[in-house]
Design a protein around this ligand. Structure first.
Ligand code: FEO
Length: 393
């Protein structure tokens, strides 16, 4: 297991998790990576660890460039265990090293691990630590997406070690964005934002402003997941995309999410699709029987209109619809215009539970629409009128 030099004397020492197919509920069809970096300087610095079961690979890569006894600093940018899982092992190998993290990072490390004997140096936004020819400049990014999250900037290299920010759950045979299909990388970066960072748009905007205020010139963004952004065009593209996603600006599209038992709710979804298409609104339709919730969320970044359909089961929300609503509500998309619809056999009203989620999210909406059993043509026409009403909002 060899390290990869990404800049002179700066090495990638992470691990690729090719077989990962699920990350706390987030489908990861192309796996993920846990990127960590070593900076060879007067004070040798390791930035971030990896998930516990990838530790051997990570340690071998570090050892291919430096002995652990020579490491002066271990930067912990974020304590979620995909990056800190093997920090205890690292600290056993490098007990002389000082951990550079922020106050929330120290608290979180203490809550996760036995930190007895670990040395800490706490940093906050604007603090710098010289490691020789280079400097580490820190920017805390609280709640982007944990209280402890921060980024480390190396001004002499114009390098931002951004941890989760700008990452992608993607394990491919490349390390740099330029060596993979650009649209695919952007798609995975968008999915990462939609499923991990969506609730924290305000914090993302603040971080982008802080980076501007600090006058950070960035030529390379090396995140802790996926591929490295290099050069003005790639760095500009991902920063621009984050600015757009964080602003909550949609692209005027529509998204229909539904499930169906015997085709009634599917028929209503199809009716809605037809109306939206006739109205010239780009729309995507997602049946929860076929897609993981995390595959659907990127469409919410672009959607102005959200339509959610439910088939009633035992007087309850259909379980996959209930699961989707819980997941989506947690991510908290803002400023949507919504319509709840569904079908029932003998007791109406369950669709109101979807409406309640819309209300809790502060979305505007038209009244929910429910039909008993299979919607005939007159019912479908009534539903089409309700969808048109939605488009008038
Ligand atoms: Fe990649 Fe929030 O951990």
């Amino acid at each position: 297991m060899k390290a990869l030099e990404i800049k002179k004397d700066i090495y990638w020492v992470g691990a690729k998790d090719w077989n990962l197919r699920e990350f706390h509920g987030y489908a990861t069809p192309k796996g993920s990576t846990y990127n960590a970096y070593v900076l060879l300087d007067e004070k040798i610095t390791l930035v971030d660890g990896v998930k516990h079961y990838m530790s051997r690979e990570h340690i071998e890569r570090v050892k291919s460039v430096v002995d652990f006894s020579q490491i002066s600093y271990v930067v912990v940018n974020h304590v979620e265990m995909d990056h800190s899982g093997n920090i205890p092992e690292i600290m056993k190998l490098a007990p002389q090293a000082k951990i550079l993290t922020n106050a929330a990072g120290k608290q979180a490390l203490e809550a996760h691990f036995d930190t007895t004997g670990w040395q800490f140096e706490l940093v906050k936004t604007g603090d710098t630590v010289s490691i020789g020819k280079r400097t580490l400049a820190f920017m805390t990014t609280p709640m982007l997406h944990w209280p402890d999250s921060m980024m480390t900037y190396v001004p002499e290299e114009k390098l931002l070690l951004s941890n989760d920010g700008f990452g992608q759950h993607l394990a491919v045979d490349a390390f740099f964005v330029k060596d993979a299909p650009f649209d695919m990388v952007m798609e995975y970066a968008k999915s990462y934002y939609a499923n991990i960072l969506y609730p924290f748009g305000a914090q993302a905007e603040k971080a982008l402003h802080t980076a501007g205020d600090m006058g950070l010139e960035i030529e390379m963004i090396a995140p802790s997941h996926g591929l490295i952004w290099q050069g003005q065009a790639e760095v500009g593209a991902i920063l621009g995309a984050y600015a757009r996603w964080a602003s909550g600006q949609d692209a005027g599209k529509a998204v229909i999410v539904y499930d169906s038992m015997w085709g009634a709710t599917a028929a209503l979804a199809e009716t809605a699709m037809g109306v939206l298409q006739e109205s010239g609104i780009p729309v995507s339709k997602h049946c929860l029987a076929n897609e993981n919730v995390s595959e659907i969320m990127p469409a919410f970044l672009d959607a102005k209109y959200v339509l959610i359909g439910n088939p009633t089961l035992n007087n309850q929300l259909f379980p996959r619809v209930a699961g989707f609503l819980t997941y989506m509500k947690g991510l908290g998309p803002k400023n949507k215009t919504a319509l709840a619809f569904g079908s029932y056999g003998w007791r109406p009203g369950v669709v109101n539970q979807i409406q309640q989620v819309f209300d809790e999210l502060g979305w505007q909406s038209v009244p929910p629409f429910e039909e008993r059993y299979t919607p005939k043509s007159d019912v479908r026409e009534k539903f089409a009128a309700r969808v048109r009403e939605l488009l008038q909002l």
